[in-house]
Each structure stands twice: as structure tokens, then as C-alpha cells.
Write a protein that binds this ligand. Structure first.
Ligand SMILES: Cc1cc2nc3c(=O)[nH]c(=O)nc-3n(C[C@H](O)[C@H](O)[C@H](O)COP(=O)(O)O)c2cc1C
Length: 323
């Protein structure tokens, strides 16, 4: 097993096993792509070890905006800029693939960013701002917003889309029992209910973009906190997500973000991703703490994942891993 081995995700083929995971740059202007942003990605796209770039999270609606300079995929005016971005990443040979990460920040937004009181699965307070609970009809609308964003991603030249359900954002708020206290069919009483919105989003995206456009989910599998989601649930959750039509499981952390508090060893989510890989028949991506090619190869060879994400090391050095 070599990081240069190719891999199929749905109907597309990656040239290698190294992925640049989504890394917010805060380089957009009013949600639109800038020249500086294209340049940032162009430098990494030249790295021949990378098979897939998943671009930074984009908000599917201003209500779900996470930060001031975040990219938008909330209306058609962004398509032209996103086309420039995907053209830049693809380059002449189209050798590297690019997915769009689409997101709703839910209760992690603020009234200033969202232009209204932030919404979530249940009421909770984040950084002094209290969100309100979504109604059922509003939940249905969220699925439509994700599907519209997936359509825009396809029109913008992306090769696939990644639904963000990690790091404490809206879909993670539905998945995590730390936030989700609902008593209806989207509630905390079963894993199926905690993933009902995910199912509706995946189905809505599939019907909008077609089965020949891969759909990934970044799953914040475990909260690493008392009362939160657990690693064992991440396995069952991944099986459910695959049964809804997902083509790639991207393993990361939940309400604690992209780290495990107190752990920074290479591939710190390896146990969780290995357990998920055993249970599902789609590729699994693991990211966290990987800084060398040797570490990436070791994780691949020991069956921890099919794809290896390299984040901060690629931010630091676009030529990461090249001799
Ligand atoms: C500056 C920065 C921005 C990030 N932005 C995103 C993001 O937009 N979406 C996401 O899912 N993860 C995001 N992450 C998490 C990374 O994708 C990755 O999971 C994390 O950095 C751990 O991997 P690493 O140890 O290789 O850096 C971000 C991380 C950093 C450091």
C-alpha cells in the first residue's frame, strides 16, 4: 500500500491517497472567491502527492454563517467565482479532484453573522448567544438549502460535495446528545432520529445532483465528553449514512472540534476510523496530527483508513512531502 495508489470514490478516481482537508482561510470578500484565495489553493494543487482537495466550509444560507470572511455557496452569484477556484485547482490536466464542503453553523453562528437569532436542534448558549429551536418545517427547508448548495457546487465545476457534520456545527448539534434534547422524530431518543436530518439532506442532494456526483459526510464521530456522542456510535452512524447513499466517510471530532483534548499523536482518530473502515464498504478518510509521509503510509498500511488528510502541515508548507 502506497500513498500514490489510486482510489475510486463513487464514479471518480483519485490519483493518490493524500487529501487536503477543509481549512478555512478567511480570505473571501462578502462570501465571494478572491484572487488571494485562488492563489492559496493553486500552491497546494501543484503538490503531486495530493489526490483530493476539499475546499473550506461554505455557508448554505446566511442564517448558518460561521465567520465574517467565510466563503458562501448560498446563492447563484457565487458560482462564477467558485468556477475560477475549481479551474485553478484542476489546472490543465484535471489530475487533482476537488470537493466542496457545505455547512450550516447552527447555534455556532451569532446574531451579527446570521442577521437573526441563530438556530439549532435545541436551545443552548454558545459564546453568550442563545439560539432557538428549529421547527419541523424549518428543518425541511434546511435539507433544501443543502441540496441547492450541492447543485451550485456541481455547476461550479466541483467533482463532489462534502456535508459538514463535525466540530459542533448544525448537523453535529443534531447528532450530539450534548445539544439535541428534542422529543420529536429528529430527537435524541435514537441514532436514527439524530441522523434523520442527515438522511433528508443526503437524499435531497442526491436527487438534485444525481448519483454520479459523490457525496461525502465529515462526521464528528465522538464528542470526548461525558454525555456526548461515543466512538461506538460513530460506527453505527457511518453504517446508517452509507445506507442513505454516502460515498465517503470523513472521520473527525464532534463538539470538541478537530482535536481530541490531550492527544496529538499522528492520526489521533485512527481507532475510530479503523473501526468505521471495518464496518462500511465506502472509502474512509482520517485526519489529525499527521505531519510526515511515513506516518501517512503507516496509517494506510495498518488499515486505519483508505485516505489520509494532511491539514496544518500543508498550510505551513504547500510542498509538504515532496523531495
Ligand atoms: C485554520 C484551520 C481551519 C479549519 N477549517 C476547517 C473547515 O473549514 N472545515 C472543517 O471541516 N475542518 C476545518 N479544520 C480542521 C481540519 O480540516 C483538520 O481536521 C484539522 O486541522 C486536523 O488535521 P491536521 O492535524 O492535519 O491539521 C480547520 C483547521 C484549521 C487549523
Amino acid at each position: 500500500m502506497d500513498i500514490r495508489d489510486s482510489l475510486e470514490i463513487g464514479c471518480i478516481r483519485l490519483r493518490s491517497r493524500i487529501v487536503m482537508p477543509p481549512l478555512a482561510t478567511e480570505k473571501s470578500e462578502n462570501g465571494h472567491v478572491t484572487a488571494e484565495l485562488c492563489e492559496h489553493y493553486a500552491k497546494r494543487a501543484e503538490n503531486s502527492l495530493i489526490g483530493l482537495i476539499i475546499t473550506e466550509h461554505m455557508y448554505v444560507t446566511p442564517q448558518g454563517r460561521a465567520s465574517r470572511y467565510q466563503l458562501s455557496i448560498a446563492d447563484d452569484s457565487v458560482i462564477e467565482g467558485l468556477k475560477r477556484l475549481t479551474d485553478t485547482i484542476h489546472g490543465e490536466g484535471n489530475a487533482i479532484k476537488v470537493f466542496a464542503q457545505i455547512n450550516h453553523a447552527g447555534g455556532k453562528s451569532t446574531p451579527e453573522l446570521a442577521g437573526e437569532q441563530p438556530v439549532s436542534a435545541s436551545v443552548y448558549t454558545y459564546k453568550d448567544s442563545m439560539c432557538r429551536e428549529l421547527s419541523i418545517s424549518e428543518i425541511h427547508r434546511i435539507a433544501e438549502l443543502f441540496a441547492a448548495a450541492a447543485r451550485r457546487a456541481r455547476l461550479s465545476g466541483y467533482d463532489g460535495v462534502e456535508i459538514h457534520s463535525a466540530h459542533g456545527y448544525l448537523l453535529d448539534q443534531f447528532y450530539s446528545p450534548l445539544v439535541n434534547q428534542r422529543r420529536d422524530e429528529y430527537g435524541a431518543s435514537s441514532l436514527t432520529d439524530r441522523l434523520r436530518l442527515h438522511k433528508e439532506i443526503i437524499e435531497a442532494c442526491s436527487s438534485k445532483v444525481g448519483r454520479d456526483f459523490p457525496i461525502a459526510v465529515r462526521l464528528g464521530g465522538c464528542d470526548y465528553q461525558d454525555g456526548g456522542s461515543k466512538e461506538e456510535e460513530a460506527v453505527e452512524a457511518s453504517e446508517l449514512l452509507c445506507s442513505y447513499g454516502v460515498n465517503l466517510i470523513d472521520v473527525s471530532g464532534g463538539m470538541n472540534g478537530y482535536i481530541i483534548p490531550g492527544h496529538d499523536h499522528p492520526g489521533y482518530f485512527r481507532e475510530m476510523s479503523a473501526a468505521i473502515k471495518k464496518a462500511v464498504d465506502v472509502p474512509v478518510l482520517t485526519t489529525g496530527g499527521i505531519t510526515t509521509v511515513e506516518q501517512a503510509e503507516e496509517l494506510l498500511c495498518s488499515g486505519c483508513a483508505d485516505l489520509i488528510g494532511v491539514g496544518r502541515a500543508l498550510l505551513k508548507d504547500p510542498e509538504w512531502g515532496l523531495m
